[in-house]
Ligand binder design. Structure first.
Ligand code: HEM
Length: 392
């Protein structure tokens, strides 16, 4: 059932193809199949053909040398289309609409100018987090670090985008937080109807009902935020300076010379092949010149050498890299400089010793950890914390 020039792979079953070989942790299944059939394999996910490449050389071949050929995401998910107003940046096919959004995000929304403009928001949210950790430590309470970091990034992104916080005391913050979690969960879920053609109109997992409900609530929240902002802009008689990304996008909506269809829905939508891969060997990520590791080089997170690809590489690589790295390089050092972190077990008990952090994964778009990281923070030196709280 495979033309001769296709890469090797296991025998496919009629209709479902190789779906029966895939476990919920899909990257583990790809690794296991690749270890039997080689670094490039061909699979059929229901009726969707799929090639899995697992060496830096092959990744380079596909994502750099031939990146134009592979620059569209072959995703045909009804949930994603519905939830993203069929105008998603991340899932858009390569073409004029994607190019327009790429330009807008690179030169406007996530440009270095925009990132400096939003520096006060990031500083304020970090101070908020440190103050919260200090309060918890004074009470001798533990902190769900996974949840706190999620709140931090959700707050920063929603303040940059829409001028609202995702965690706080008002109901809008609550709605936004719940919806953000539900939307990303649906993105990571596996819908049989998308992959098996004769199930296309069936909804035996209740999936369609779920994503339509999430979409309805998401739309109502966004409509409310956009309408309020439009009213505020009207009231100010054009005096309101662009303060967040929503203002920038409303400016784009008003200026219809962009050459692509930019609608209200577009605004809403914007809202390795390693040896022993399971061993912790950070040196494998050192930037290399050809095959030789350069001692002074930093870890290559931009994926130039296709060895470590946290942000992808090529045309479709992540436009949020600069923002993510700015956040990471301030938040992590601040948390480590200000506090010692004692691991807390599932029953609230303090855990001593090394290597006790549970790194088990659960399925999801971002390879999330199965169990949240819970720790008890202990302040190192109060004057260091005060320094951060006053002037990060
Ligand atoms: C540590 C944080 C982050 C990681 C690890 C990450 C990772 C990724 C990865 C792996 C991709 C797919 C790349 C590919 O297909 O080659 C991606 C795409 C994308 N990311 Fe990120 N990302 C992060 C933060 C962000 C942030 C902060 C934003 C925006 C505020 C963002 C916006 C996007 C968008 C819009 C795409 C789709 C780009 C396209 O399809 O052309 N990401 N990201």
């Amino acid at each position: 059932n495979r033309p001769n020039h296709f890469p090797p792979g296991p025998r496919a079953l009629p209709v479902i193809g190789h779906l029966h070989l895939l476990e919920p942790l899909i990257h583990h299944s790809f690794r296991d199949i690749s270890s039997r059939y080689g670094p490039i394999i061909f699979l059929r996910l229901g009726s969707v053909p799929c090639v899995v490449a697992s060496t830096p050389e092959l990744a380079k071949e596909l994502l750099k040398t031939n990146d134009l050929t592979f620059s569209s995401r072959q995703m045909d998910s009804r949930a994603i289309t519905h939830l993203t107003y069929n105008s998603s940046f991340a899932f858009a096919p390569y073409g004029p609409f994607w190019k327009f959004l790429k330009k807008l995000s690179t030169f406007e929304l996530l440009s270095s100018r925009a990132l400096s403009q939003f520096h006060p928001i990031r500083k304020n949210e970090l101070q908020h987090l440190l103050q919260h950790l200090l309060n918890k430590s004074k009470l001798g309470e533990s902190v769900n670090v996974t949840q706190e970091l999620l709140n931090l990034s959700n707050n920063i992104i929603s303040r940059m985008m829409l001028g609202i916080r995702c965690s706080g005391n008002d109901s809008q913050a609550d709605d936004a937080k719940t919806l953000a979690r539900e939307v990303t969960q649906i993105f990571g879920e596996f819908n049989v109807s998308d992959l098996v053609w004769f199930c296309r109109n069936l909804d035996f997992q209740g999936f369609r009902k779920k994503y339509e409900d999430v979409h309805r609530r998401f739309d109502a929240l966004l409509e409310n935020i956009i309408t309020n902002r439009e009213l505020a802009r009207k009231k100010s008689g054009g005096e309101l300076q662009a303060e967040d990304l929503l203002d920038m996008m409303l400016d784009t909506l008003e200026d219809q010379n962009s050459g692509v269809e930019f609608t209200r829905d577009t605004i809403k939508a914007l809202v390795l092949y390693w040896e022993n891969p399971l061993e912790f060997q950070p040196e494998r990520f050192l930037k290399s010149n050809g095959d030789t590791v350069n001692d002074t080089a930093a870890v290559d997170i931009r994926g130039q050498h296709c060895q470590l690809l946290p942000f992808g590489t090529g045309r479709r690589s992540c436009p949020g890299l600069a923002l993510a790295m700015q956040e990471l390089s301030t938040t992590l050092p601040a948390m480590i400089q200000c506090f010692e972190w004692n691991l807390v077990g599932p029953h609230g008990e303090k855990i001593n010793g090394d290597g006790a952090v549970d790194m088990t994964e659960r399925p999801g778009l971002t390879v999330p950890r199965a169990h949240d990281l819970v720790c008890a923070p202990v302040p190192r030196q109060l004057d260091i914390i005060q320094h951060f709280l006053i002037g990060v």
